[in-house]
Each structure stands twice: as C-alpha cells, then as structure tokens.
Design a protein around this ligand. Sequence first.
Ligand SMILES: [Zn+2]
Length: 447
Amino acid sequence: MHRLISLGIACLCLTPLCLARETSVGAGSPAAAHTVVVRARALIDGTSAQPRANQEIVIQGDRITAVYTAGTHPTPAGAELIDLGSATVLPGLIDCHTHIFLQGEVPAAGGYDVQLLKFPAAYRVARAVVAARRALEQGFTTIRDVETEGAGYGDVGIKQAIEAGYIPGPRMFVVTRAISTTGGYPLEGYAPEIVVPKGAQLIDGPVEARKAAREQLDYGADWIKVYMTHRSWVDEQGALVSQPTLTLEELKAIVDETHGWRKKVACHAYNGIGLQRALDGGCDSIEHGLELTDAQIAQMVKQGTWLVPTLAVYYHDQDPPETPGGIRDRKRVAVHGVSFQKALRAGVKIAFGTDVGGFPWSDAIAQEFPRMVEFGMTPMQAIQAATSRAAELLGKRGELGTIAPGAYADLVAVAGDPLADVSVLQHVSFVMKSGNVFQRTEQSVQH
Ligand SMILES: [Zn+2]
C-alpha cells in the first residue's frame, strides 16, 4: 500500500530522476532511462592499450552513451553524478569458467559426492544463489557457468531469477548439465549394483550425443559443455596422462548440432588424445588446456580456438607431495604454466576463467589475475582477457567488457592502479550492473 502511494506521488513530479528513483526499488530491477554520470580519476576501458585520466562516463538507462575527459562537455541536465574520486574504473569483469553449483568441497566435508547424494535440490540452489551474489560483489558482472554438477537445469532458473530482478547476480551464460561418456564422470567407485546419480549427462555413440545436445539446448543452454578428458595421472615416464572420453564422431555430432543453433561448444580438455579430438572436432573453447603441444597451439591459432586457462585453481587442495595424487597435482601446475606461456606467445586467443566453485566462493575470484601476470601476461592483457576478450568469446563484443558508447553500463572500481599491481582487482569497491549501483563502499569515494 505504501509503495502505491509513493509511486503516485512520484508520477506528479515527472522528472526522469524521480521516476528512476521509484522504479529502481528492488535489487536488480532494470533502471529507467535517467542519466547518470560516473567520474573517475583513471579509466581502463577494456579495449584501449592505455588508461585515460579524468574521465566521465555518461549512462542512460542500462547503457553507456558517452565517455569523455571531465570538463570537456557540460554535465547533462538532470544527471545524477557519481564521483568515484581517486579510484580506477574498469568494465564489469567476466569470468568464463565458473560453477555456482559447486562450493569448493574438501574431502573431509564429504567432497563432491555428498552434493549429489545427500543435499536436497533446494539446498544446492540456495547455495548457488549465494555464489551468484558473491560473483557480483567481487565485480564479476558476467559469468559463463559451465555446468551444474548434477543439479540439472538449475542454472537456467538462477539466470531467470537474476534477469527478473528477484536475486542479485551477474549476467549468466549457462551450459546446463554438460556431456561426458560412460566412465567419464563422477559419481564413481560405488557398487555396480547401486545406481548413483552422475554429475553430467553421459552419452555413448553419436546418436545419444546429438540427442543430449538437443535436449540441453531445448531447455535453455547458451553453450554446450563437453568433457573430452576425465581421469588424469602421471605415468612411469613422469608424463601427465588424461583419459579421453568422447570419440571424434560423438563430439562432431554435438558440435554440428550446436553450431546449427548458432551456439558454441566448450570442451574441458587437459592434454593428449582427448584434447586433440576436441580440436579436430571443432570445439570453440578449450577449458583448462593444461598441456598443449606446439602442433596443438598452431592448430588453435589456425582454427581460432579459444583457450580458457584456469591457473590458480590447481594450487588449491593438492594431495601430499609423495602420493600419486600429489605428484599429479604438482605436474598439472607445472605443465599448465608452460603451456600458457607458449600459447600466449603464439597468439592463441585467451579468455579469463577461474573454475571458482572448484575453490570456495569465499575466496577471491580475482586471484587468477596475478597468476596470469606471473606466467607472462601484462596486467593490461590479463584485464582485457577478463573484459573485451571474454566478451568476444561470448559473442558480445562491444556490448560487454568495454566502456564505450553502446555497451551495457557494467562498471567496477578499485582503489589503486591495477596496472601497477593487478592484485588490487581482488578488492572491488564499486559495482554497477546495467546502470544499477549494486555496491559502493567508502573506499571508492575517497578523494
Ligand atoms: Zn570447471
């Protein structure tokens, strides 16, 4: 009742600002087309090679309409000014490899299996809602969430609830259930007489493969995710080995179907035969890509295949050093860094991914940035991997991951200079998504 009265009064004043204030009640509701000017001491726009000083970003509704040096244009009439003081402003960040339905489970807490065996679906959804909020709080205004780990089409529902404004969260590109083969995904290790749920949709043969892709696309998948390798270990020669899963024919059926829908296929692949099949089968992005041969790197460049490395996650929860698992865990880290450097030098297209969910959502998602810099990227390259390059991977070039006219008004701010110390991206003080301010701390308004 009170809300009705308040809206009635707002209608009397009829200024865009008044209307916007009323209609922005409720987290995540779309902003009305009122004008906001964000002022920043430094701007990294996601595409330019250099930052720019003293910029003003003009926003109308959910889009950016102009960007210019402060003082060169009159402030638009009736505009709301958000002065971010000495902060550095960047486009909202994009994580191309997340799992909101995973929580970094440690084995002592039951690990992965209890998620599927013991928790009601509502419990997992509740935690996914928290994870989505955590992404936004950390400045990730867009995520590509690459499978629900036994939670079915839950990601489609979360995405819808965010878009409808019921819960806060990033824009989501979702893959739903993901696809692997018999023997190619957990749950595993149970008696053959007991039927246990699986964390992905398992297929055998090109017919089942195509049918799974059709089902997932039909129920709302924006991308299709395929596991091209599964178990991994270190062999007698000390080499990392990963078990291939889908055959080339199975993968080709999925890629053909998905491309027909004008959608793309992300392939989890560590190395070896499975990674080679991923490339030969026409995958659009290689996820992790721990170990890439020179020939595979050349093939990626030639085909335009994206690499979504996940450097930081493999430093988490390593088994003890002298155990088979511990040896494998350290080998993964060692080969991943080398392959990342080689791919970077060769000009492979690289987009930012973290596998968060594989580590807890309470940890900093942006811990990946210092790892990318450690292995050879400049801070600007790492930032662009999580902004304009990631947007390109998602088919949203010019709309996401950039601060330019026509783009969505997704902005973040950090205290300090991320080009001098990229780890400052772990402390985002201001977050705007689609023109709505989601978060603003004192840190962001110091002058
Ligand atoms: Zn993953």
